[in-house]
Design a protein around this ligand. Structure first.
Ligand code: PLP
Ligand code: TYF
Length: 394
């Protein structure tokens, strides 16, 4: 049987992680996988997470199964964090999932179950797993223009022109904030125009939000998703706690299905529960419980928000420093987009050959599409990267 299996192309981001590990050069710089690292190159356990875990060890009395959709208290706190009261609670069905990836996967399965002929529109480029999971599920995918290779901002005219082809019942996948891999994001005026187009076409938005708090702030990063959820008849939201709580390996996420018609909530909730049961029965609990502890305890919540803000500001500082250094070395403003982008990533717009040269000649690792993880830098390595970028002719 196993001999019938075929090879699968490796995830290029994860493959790069291995290449980096295997590189013996002591000066190597990892700007690959999307994991936050502090100035010492460490991905710390956040203070509030440690405190919540200690509390759980002391106070948790059982590890018996929870429900198929996970702990309802986790759904409540996450709905509040993401949607902030923009939508009535009783119009939302929700299920905990293994990470944001699990939420994306269950959302796609729900779409396929409800409407097998729905096409899913994804930005070009998008997070590679969006594409591979849709392909794996045999769902039709349509790309819409998103990144302007010239300005390194959003090609909003191109995006709107492509989304005009959306038919009623098609799904439009949007990144809630901190677009992966480009770092280029919609402003609120553009979000409003997207909502109007969705209302006109009957397209159903699905929002993947994996970096809330990494861009302009916890509430600011959720403005788009809140606007969409409060404006359209139906939408799906896949939220990840991996980054903003730093609990990557705990696999903590939530899928929300919002419907203005509250009569649909029971049916939708039943389908989310069913999908969880078919795929893994019960979602992971530890990370979800940690998040719930933090968000329901005023002191822990304030400490978490403060540490997250430090993380956000440190990445913004690195962006500004890198843009300034590149301006100094190039004598031009052509790298100003790095300070405009938000989140962990920026797409430089360099060719794969240049990215390969950065790796071979400078031991600088970024994804082949020239996505770099800003958090992989520190004050010392920013000038090294800037010089390598200029030396490589980018
Ligand atoms: N969606 C996007 C756009 C991402 O970049 C990520 C990566 O971390 C995820 C979803 C899901 O992450 P996780 O499954 O680790 O929560
Ligand atoms: O884009 C990234 O780097 C993160 C982490 O299969 C990641 O989203 C990368 C690849 C993958 C899962 C997560």
């Amino acid at each position: 049987m196993f001999s019938n299996l075929k090879e699968h192309p490796a995830d290029k981001i994860l493959a790069l992680m291995q290449l980096y590990k295997d590189d013996p050069r002591p000066t190597k710089i990892d700007l690959g996988v999307g994991v936050y690292k502090n100035a010492e190159g460490v991905t710390p356990v956040m203070r509030a997470v440690k405190a919540a875990e200690r509390k759980l060890v002391d106070e948790q009395t059982t590890k018996a199964y929870v429900g198929l959709a996970g702990d309802p208290a986790f759904a409540d706190v996450m709905i509040d964090l993401v949607l902030g009261g923009a939508v009535p609670r009783d119009s939302i069905a929700a299920a905990a999932t293994p990470g944001g990836t699990g939420a994306v996967r269950q959302a796609f399965e729900l779409i396929r179950m409800a409407n097998p002929s729905a096409r899913v529109f994804v930005s070009n480029p998008t997070w590679p797993n969006h594409v591979t999971i849709l392909n794996y599920l045999g769902m039709e995918l349509v790309e819409y223009r998103y990144f302007d290779a010239e300005t390194r901002g959003v090609d909003f005219d191109g995006m709107m022109a492509d989304l005009a082809d959306v038919r009623a019942g098609d799904v439009v996948l949007l990144h809630g904030c901190c677009h992966n891999p480009t770092g280029a994001n919609l402003n609120l005026t553009e979000w409003k125009a997207v909502v109007d187009l969705l209302l006109k076409t009957g397209g159903i938005p699905m929002i993947d939000i994996a970096y809330q708090g990494f861009g302009d702030g916890l509430d600011e990063d959720a403005l788009g998703v809140r606007l969409v959820a409060s404006s359209v008849p139906e939408c799906l939201i896949a939220a990840s706690c991996s980054k903003n709580f730093g609990i990557y390996r705990e696999r903590t996420g939530l899928l929300m299905a919002v419907a203005q018609d509250k009569g649909l909530r029971g049916l939708t909730q039943g389908s989310l529960n069913f999908l969880n049961r078919q795929n893994f029965s019960f979602p992971p609990d530890h990370g979800a419980r940690v998040v719930t502890e933090i968000l329901t305890d005023a002191k822990l919540r304030a400490d978490w928000a403060a540490e997250l803000e430090e993380v956000r500001l440190s990445m913004l500082d690195l962006r500004k420093q890198l843009a300034a250094e590149l301006q100094r070395l190039s004598g031009s403003d052509r790298f100003g987009f790095i300070a405009q982008h938000r989140g962990m990533f920026s797409r430089l717009g360099a060719s794969p050959e240049m990215v390969a040269r950065l790796r071979a000649e400078h031991a600088i690792y970024m994804v082949g599409d020239s996505r770099l993880n800003i958090a992989g830098l520190n004050k010392t390595t920013v000038p090294i990267l800037a010089k390598a970028i200029i030396d490589t002719g980018i």
